[in-house]
Design a protein around this ligand. Structure first.
Ligand code: FAD
Length: 383
């Protein structure tokens, strides 16, 4: 196994690093306080090719592979998890899903705009009453002549109030996963509305919406994949999405470590830098080891996907470890900063607030353990 990066990958990582340092890092405190990133960041991400990094060039993307994607996600996650989430959802959960399951017409209709940042997408699976148990979702789509008419509501949807396109999962058949279908719904369709969810603990720069679909009428060719295939499509998207969240968490943990090392070497107590105390070094060492381990788990997922090997369990392992590590690393960083870590003049408190949600969305840590446990034992503990 060769873990070295190609010249192109090093160049991509350097470009992402420079972009993040110039366009994101200087703004994170202001965006966090304002509860909104400056929306112009979407166009900038499109201009630099990040919103279509893994989409083929003939659909407007940059044609990168999944390791490229993880390198970019680590850098954006190092800068700001809200921005990382905007890209993860629009590119990772929606554009890539259109690429995998869409018709040629659907790809041509949506991918160029999503890659350029002219349009943004959201992924509407979770509902007020169904989160982890997404297979039992309640939104309904009823066939009416040549159209489908969709009604229901979606909860906690990233990019929800900004998106031009919503990938909506709704029930077209009986109970359970086989009754679910997926639809590409333009958000300006009559009957589609959204409300911003305010007061989040973290990811405050990101739009998170509650969506309402009240008899939203879409043509038959808005269905993505075939009827009853929606849950399989959602799970395929989330398997890759978990790699994306994990890569972003490696970046967040690295940011927490970098900030801690810098602070520890500058802060003097008892007549010397706190970096010289063994108990402080222990915190830094623990953060460094667990973060490198997280990166290796993430890269393994990318390698499996790029070699077209099964990767679902590896993605759950990477997501579980990287997200829990991000929470731990951010928490340790606050400890290194002492009281200064508790005020938002320094970013480490924000890292903890942002990291906390990563163990919840795209499958909670408990759900990842059940997926890993099922793969190990062959026995499902879900019901
Ligand atoms: P629940 O499913 O009610 O879980 C509550 C607790 O019960 C958790 O600890 C869970 O682990 C535990 N639990 C549930 N079932 C089991 C079980 N079988 N065994 C053991 N423990 C169990 N969703 C989208 O569709 N699109 C998005 O873009 C999106 N973005 C989000 C952004 C944010 C900021 C947030 C907070 C959420 C987002 N979500 C999104 C929703 C997210 O995926 C869900 O919150 C998540 O799946 C958990 O569902 P829930 O909140 O309903 O919790």
């Amino acid at each position: 196994m060769d873990l070295s990066l190609t010249t192109e990958q090093q160049a991509l990582r350097d470009t992402a690093r420079e972009f993040v340092d110039a366009e994101i890092v200087p703004n994170i405190q202001e965006w966090d306080r304002a509860e909104a990133v400056d929306r112009s960041i979407v166009g900038k991400l499109g201009d630099i090719g990040f919103l279509g990094l893994t989409v083929p060039e003939h659909y407007g993307g940059s044609g990168g592979n999944h390791l490229d994607y993880c390198l970019m996600m680590e850098e954006i996650g190092r800068g700001d998890s809200s921005v990382r989430g905007i890209v993860s959802v629009s590119l990772g959960l929606v554009a890539k899903t259109v690429l995998s399951f869409g018709t040629e017409q659907q790809k041509r209709a949506w991918l160029p705009g999503l890659c350029s940042g002219a349009s943004l997408a959201c992924f509407g699976l979770t509902e007020p009453d169904t989160g982890s148990d997404a297979a039992n979702l309640n939104s309904k789509a009823v066939r009416d002549g040549d159209d489908w008419v969709i009604s229901g509501s979606k909860m906690f949807i990233t990019n929800g109030t900004w998106a031009d396109l919503a990938l909506i999962f709704a029930r077209t058949g009986g109970a359970g996963p086989k009754g679910v279908s997926a639809f590409l719904v333009p958000t300006d369709t009559p009957g589609f509305s959204h409300t911003e969810i305010k007061g989040k603990l973290g990811l405050r720069g990101q739009s998170t919406g509650e969506l309402t679909l009240d008899n939203v009428r879409v043509p038959a060719d808005a269905m993505l994949g075939s009827e009853g295939e929606g849950f399989r499509i959602a799970m395929a998207a989330l398997d890759k999405g978990r790699m994306s969240v994990a890569a972003g968490c490696v970046g967040l943990a690295r940011a927490a470590l970098d900030a801690s090392v810098r602070y520890a070497t500058e802060r003097d107590q008892f007549g010397k830098p706190i970096a010289g105390f063994q108990l402080v070094q222990e915190m830094l060492a623990d953060m460094a080891v667990a973060t490198d381990a997280a990166r290796l788990l993430v890269w393994r997922v990318a390698d499996l996907i790029d070699r077209e090997q099964p990767f679902g369990t590896a993605a759950s392992m990477a997501k579980l470890h990287a997200t829990e590590n991000a929470v731990n690393a951010a928490n340790q960083a606050i400890q290194v900063f002492g009281g200064y870590g508790y005020i938002d003049e320094y970013p480490v408190g924000k890292y903890l607030r942002d990291a906390r949600v990563m163990t919840l969305y795209e499958g909670t840590s408990q759900i990842q353990k059940l997926l890993i446990g099922r793969a190990l034992t062959g026995v499902s503990a879900f019901t």
